[in-house]
Design a protein. Sequence first.
Lengths: 534, 98
Amino acid sequence: MKVRSDIMKLAKSMHTWVGVCAGILLFICFFAGGLSMFQHHISKWATPTQQVLPKVSPDQYNELIQKVQTAYPAAQKNFTLNLSSNEFHYAPITWSEHERGDGFNAAQSTWMASLDDKGQLIVAQENLSKAGWLIEQLHETAGIPGMAGHHGLGLYVMGVVSILYFLALLSGVIILLPTLVKDYFVIRPGKNKKRFWLDAHNVIGITSLPFHIIISISVIVFAFHDFFYDAIGQLALKGQPVFQRSPPALIQPKQTQIDVQQILAQTKKVAPEYSVDYIQFSNLDKPEKANARIALYSPDQMLRGANQDFMRMNPYVVEHFNHKGINTQTDGGNKLINAMFSLHFGSFGGTGVRWIYFVLGVGGAFLFYTGNILWVETRARKQKRAEDPVPIQRKDVVFLANLTIGACLGCVLAVVGTMLASRWLFAALNIESMNHLFMYGYYAIFLLSLIYTFVIGYAKALPQLLLTLVLVLFAIPLTSLLAYFIPQSGLWVHGGEILVVDFLAIIFAFAFWRFYQQAQDRRKSAPIGSLWAS
Amino acid sequence: MKAKIQSPIQPDWWSKTFAGGVFGLSLSIAIGNLIVLLGQSYVAMDLLVQVGMWSVPWVWMPIMFGSYFFTTGRKALIYLLIANALAYSCIFVLRGST
């Protein structure tokens, strides 16, 4: 297809500059977003065994609740009952004395309770390890600290970045149009490294284009929905509130004792397609306002939340419920809105789609990395003939190469490095808050990698960072093996589906090993003064 | 032989970004509002406002991208201003001024 030359020129400049401005922040969000597909697995993986209490059988729930509420008045207000979710895997019942506010909160001090074999109450207060939740925070904010209103500052920054990202997507398509048929699905490895990077960039970009469009639009909504709603409320609705709350129905509960079996039976009747993951009870001390927020999972539905659909119920009067939020009980229009959320979260189609979204997320990160490297490669100065003077690379090119390699690889190293460190340090030292360890560990490794790259230069730093990544990634499954064979080491391992984390570490280790070899070869064969010579 | 392009597109980055970012946004907000106004006799309000809200970025982003393809930044500003005037007039006619 032919495209007018002035349009091509415009699209090329646009693609280059929005891409370079947005690329690194998008890399961080996409890498963390890919991992967040398995965030609860990662949290569980990073949870020391002493933070996990035994499970109880479903017929013991009522007894457990009664015992906890008698001994701990705080649980008479609100608590979470976990049935089968990885998110609250720590204990059948968890509660906290303070409501957890919005935004970043590394102190996750939580009470948890269960019953032992003899039916005796076991209670513990722990600062629960929530590595996955922190990775999700990183995904939402790109690690930009600070709050603005009730959202993180980083969320608004990413809202603006998403606008650039949308422009980059469409201008990228225009640039590719003239050679789309010829170039699509061709990756030409060989002497011309720029060709290889460009081919890889194109095939990933075009293949995942619909996914990227959905992500960019939904991020703009996540960042600016309050503003959009206010505009609609002020203009179309003449200042009325956008969401009218129907007056609460007057109910007089006869009982004030929770019967979990009754709640589950009612849920089964209302939502037979779903299974219950967990139930969050609140306002239990005010029976007429008491609420059970029931998290429902089904692999066959477009789920509105990141993992579940939710219905509400008065726990004392189970006939009184609100199931408008679940996909099976709503009309076409609401299903469209649900789809907007679900298509961002990858919360449809069960585990298969989670894996596809994981690949799209990490592939997206790779797309932004290749984009920046292409910018650098295009501006490299080359020595054309042997008698020419040794070229000196442009300062801005060196700067962006340092920034890209230091920040992108630094982010990956910081995430996997703190994950590994948490296991060893928790075993070796008496750490009170794993979450502080994760958070400060992340920033420390990230900033160190960045500074190190700027100090010694990207060409030297690249193979070293890659090799460090390989070693850390291989150490993750080795630590699990060690924990399995020498449990007295203080290390821990969770079996079953949590092994997916170790499995992914091995896959990534081999991938980075390959990248390391390529970086080494390129560094050795690079002529003096060229882009990759150190 | 290449035909010479009659009036090639000028870059005008700043004025076009302003046109798409500010007037494009206000136009999309107007369209979101028009969806709410026109749909209110057919669709339940709590759903309708969500559809209106979600349509803002879906409309805004193509407009923002498109505004770079006006031949000059001036034209982008003028056309988007006219579109805004039309859209907001429709809103005030439909909802009544009070």
